[in-house]
Design a protein around this ligand. Structure first.
Ligand SMILES: [Zn+2]
Length: 265
């Protein structure tokens, strides 16, 4: 389902976890980000790309290696893949693939394409690395903390912030790498936003926003959440109030509490 569209940017949103997939028309090339994730949703994106492609090169950007974000890779076999160096050097590439296979088995899902770990052509190793795709300039920032291989991208012109699993309006921070890294990443993202060049925020889950007020609020909420974890505040009631699906993510919150406590030692 398309949830956002302007002249050059289209954002699809999956029914599952409100996961987003983004298509950017960069004039002489196309840039696709995290295509996913149910089979018919991937098909919809495939058809969309095929309809507008006109022989143009296709670039595929992965924000991180969580299985829900790489699940559509095999549907775009001729794409040039961009991801972080840590993504490229994932020590256990079979793990997310197994999660995809397990998921598909559990829900009797068939896919018309192979399940593969993305083969990366452009591996980003440093903050501030840039890459030109068509008429767009991409600037990359390493974003560990959610996973160790996260990548946040700013795309100009347009001031588009492709945030991966950060700054969601439906999820508090999910700390699957480590607390300290997540905190540093949020501070890095805050700096990018405070630079004043961001006009559109595309999170990996939830709603796209072009409201500066909303973007700032999401940053502040993440910072506040991380602080409350560290201070071992009981914020469950506030989280339940703020996040419609909190009961479904409560275990992740409890995991976060343990992660934050680790760093206190
Ligand atoms: Zn995700």
């Amino acid at each position: 389902m398309i949830v956002f569209q302007n002249e050059t940017v289209v954002v699809f949103q999956s029914s599952l976890y409100q996961t987003t997939s983004t298509m950017i028309d960069a004039e002489t090339s196309l840039l696709l980000i995290d295509p996913g994730w149910l089979p018919e949703e991937v098909c919809e994106i495939q058809s969309y790309v095929a309809a507008i492609r006109r022989g143009r090169p296709l670039y595929l950007l992965f924000t991180h290696s969580d299985f829900d974000h790489i699940i559509g890779y095999g549907a775009f076999p001729d794409a040039v893949v961009i991801a972080s160096a840590a993504f490229t050097n994932h020590p256990a590439k079979d793990f997310p693939l197994k999660q995809i296979h397990d998921f598909d088995k559990k829900y009797y899902l068939k896919r018309s394409y192979p399940i593969l770990y993305p083969e990366v052509e452009c591996a980003v190793a440093n903050d501030g690395e840039t890459m030109k795709i068509g008429n767009r300039m991409l600037t990359f920032y390493l974003a560990p903390g959610h996973t160790n291989d996260g990548l946040v991208t700013v795309i100009e012109p347009g001031g588009i912030l492709v945030a991966g699993d950060h700054l969601s309006d439906v999820e508090f921070p999910f700390i699957f790498d480590n607390y300290e890294s997540y905190q540093k990443t949020i501070n890095k993202i805050k700096k990018i936003i405070d630079s004043g060049n961001i006009e559109l925020l595309i999170p990996g889950h939830g709603s796209v926003t072009n409201s500066m007020e909303d973007i700032q609020q999401r940053v502040n909420q993440s910072i506040h959440y991380l602080q409350s974890l560290k201070q071992s505040e009981d914020c469950e009631d506030a989280l339940r109030e703020q996040y419609e699906f909190f009961e479904g993510m409560k275990d992740t919150h409890l995991h976060n509490v343990r992660e934050a406590a680790k760093k206190e030692k």
